[in-house]
Design a protein around this ligand. Structure first.
Ligand code: EZ4
Ligand code: CO
Length: 404
C-alpha cells in the first residue's frame, strides 16, 4: 500500500480545526487532528509545505519509521507546531492501519482495559451562584466529575468564566487580536478556597472536583493554594505553575498532598522527565494532538506507569473530534488511565466530523467502527472557512502581561 494524497483541510464550524487527510492507492483514508488553538495556520504551512510532499509514495503501515523520520529528520526538534503536524500524520496512519485490519484502533493498542472511559466536564461561573448552577448542569448531563472555575471579585474578565455558552464552553472571540483579560494572583488565592467550600457545601464530599490554575502561580503560591485546598479534597490542581520549569514542582510537591496534574502545553516526553522520575505529579495531561500522536503518547503513559502516574488527556473544545477520537481509543486501551477531559463539540462540529465515539452517562466509548471512527464532511467543512481567533492574554492592574 502507498500514500497517494495528503490534503490539509481547515474548517471553522464555530472555531478553527486543522485536519490532515491521507489517501492510499487502495482507497483507504486516514484522518489526523493538527489543531493548535490560535496558531492554526502555522501548522497548515508546516504540513502542506514541508510534510505532505514527503509522505507521497510511503507505505502507510510504517508508522514508527515515519514518525522517527519526521521527528529526527527535521533537525529542528520539538515545539508545538512541529509536534501537532507530526501528530496529525501519526493518527492518520493509525487510522489507515486499523481500517486495513478492519478493527477499531483500540484493538491494535492491546484491546480494551475497561468497559468505558470516565470523564470530567467544565463548570464555570462569573460568581459562585452561577458556578453552582453550572455544576448542576454538568451533573444533569451525567458527568461523574467536574472542573470548577469561577470569576474573582474585583476582576472584570477571567479566562473561561466571563463569557461562556450554555454548554459551559468559553465563547470564542473571532477577532484579529487577542482579548485582554485582567489578573490579580492575591485575589485569586483568597477566592479559590471559598469556591471549593461553597461547592462542597452544596454538592457534598463525594463529587470529584478539579481546578485549573492555567500556569499563573509561582511555586510558593502554588504550594499555598495546594495546602488551602486540602480540606476540600480536590481530585487535582492543574497547571499550577508555568510548565517549562519542571523543578518548580518540587516545592509544590513537598508542601501539599493535593494531587497535581500537568502537561497540556507539553509536546514531548522530555518535558516530563523530571516530573515523572521524581514523582512530582499524579497525572500527565498531554493531548494526542499536541504530543506527536498516539505513538509517543502511548510511550509516555508506559513511562508514567512505572511511577504510579496516570493519564488525563487534554480534551477541550479546541481538540477536534478527530483528536478526541484518538484519545478515547487510547483511554480505553492503556492500563494506567486516569480520567478524560471532555467538553464535547457543537452540533455543527459533530456534523462536519461524524464520529463513532459516544458520550453517555458521563462516559465515553470509542465505538466499533474500523480505524479511529471519524468521517470528515469536506463539503460542509468548506462552507465554514478559517476565521482568525486567539486565546486571550491577561494583564495585571498596572498593565504587566502575566503568565498563562
Ligand atoms: O486553555 O484548550 O484544561 N483545559 C484547558 C483549556 C485550554 C485551551 C487552550 O487552547 O486549560 O481550556
Ligand atoms: Co488546562
Amino acid at each position: 500500500m502507498k500514500i497517494v494524497d495528503a490534503k490539509v483541510v481547515v474548517t471553522s464550524p464555530g472555531r478553527n480545526f486543522v485536519t490532515l487527510k491521507l489517501t492510499t492507492d487502495e482507497g483507504l483514508t486516514g484522518l489526523g487532528d493538527a489543531t493548535l488553538n490560535g496558531r492554526e495556520l502555522a501548522v497548515v504551512s508546516y504540513l502542506t509545505d514541508h510534510v505532505a510532499p514527503l509522505l507521497i509514495g510511503l507505505d502507510p503501515h510504517r508508522i514508527e519509521d515515519t514518525w522517527q523520520s519526521l521527528y529526527r529528520g527535521a533537525y529542528w526538534r520539538r515545539g508545538p507546531v512541529t509536534m501537532a503536524a507530526i501528530a496529525a500524520v501519526d493518527v492518520a496512519l493509525w487510522d489507515i492501519k486499523a481500517k486495513a485490519a478492519g478493527l477499531p484502533l483500540y484493538q491494535l493498542l492491546g484491546g480494551a482495559s475497561r468497559e468505558r472511559v470516565g470523564t470530567y466536564g467544565h463548570a464555570n461561573g462569573r460568581d459562585i451562584p452561577e458556578l453552582l448552577d453550572s455544576v448542576r448542569a454538568r451533573l444533569a448531563e451525567g458527568y461523574p466529575a467536574v472542573r470548577i472555575q469561577s470569576g474573582i471579585p474585583g476582576l472584570k474578565a477571567v479566562y473561561g468564566v466571563s463569557d461562556t455558552d450554555e454548554t459551559g464552553a468559553p465563547v470564542l472571540h473571532q477577532q484579529a487580536r487577542p482579548l485582554v483579560e485582567d489578573w490579580d494572583t492575591a485575589a485569586y488565592l483568597r477566592h479559590v478556597p471559598t469556591v471549593f467550600e461553597a461547592v462542597r457545601a452544596e454538592f457534598g464530599a463525594e463529587l470529584p472536583l478539579l481546578h485549573d490554575s492555567h500556569h499563573r502561580l509561582t511555586p510558593v503560591q502554588a504550594a499555598r493554594l495546594g495546602k488551602d485546598l486540602e480540606p476540600y479534597r480536590p481530585f487535582w490542581l492543574e497547571d499550577c505553575t508555568p510548565a517549562e520549569n519542571q523543578e518548580a514542582l518540587r516545592l509544590v510537591r513537598r508542601s501539599t498532598t493535593t494531587p497535581l496534574a500537568v502537561g497540556e502545553v507539553f509536546n514531548t516526553v522530555y518535558d516530563y522527565q523530571t516530573l515523572v522520575t521524581e514523582q512530582l505529579i499524579d497525572y500527565v495531561r498531554s493531548a494526542v494532538t499536541h504530543f506527536g500522536g498516539v505513538t509517543p503518547l502511548r510511550k509516555l503513559f508506559d513511562f508514567a506507569a512505572q511511577y504510579q502516574i496516570k493519564s488525563a488527556i487534554h480534551g477541550p473544545e479546541d481538540i477536534s473530534p478527530v483528536g478526541m477520537a484518538a484519545a478515547v481509543h487510547l483511554d480505553l486501551a492503556v492500563h494506567n488511565f486516569g480520567i478524560q477531559e471532555y467538553s464535547g463539540h457543537t452540533p455543527l462540529t459533530d456534523e462536519v466530523f461524524r464520529h463513532a465515539y459516544t458520550f453517555s452517562d458521563g462516559h465515553l466509548h470509542p465505538g466499533e467502527a474500523p480505524g479511529i471512527g471519524v468521517e470528515l464532511d469536506e463539503e460542509l467543512a468548506a462552507a465554514h472557512p478559517y476565521a482568525a481567533a486567539y486565546l486571550p492574554v491577561n494583564r495585571l492592574h498596572d498593565g504587566t502581561v502575566h503568565d498563562w
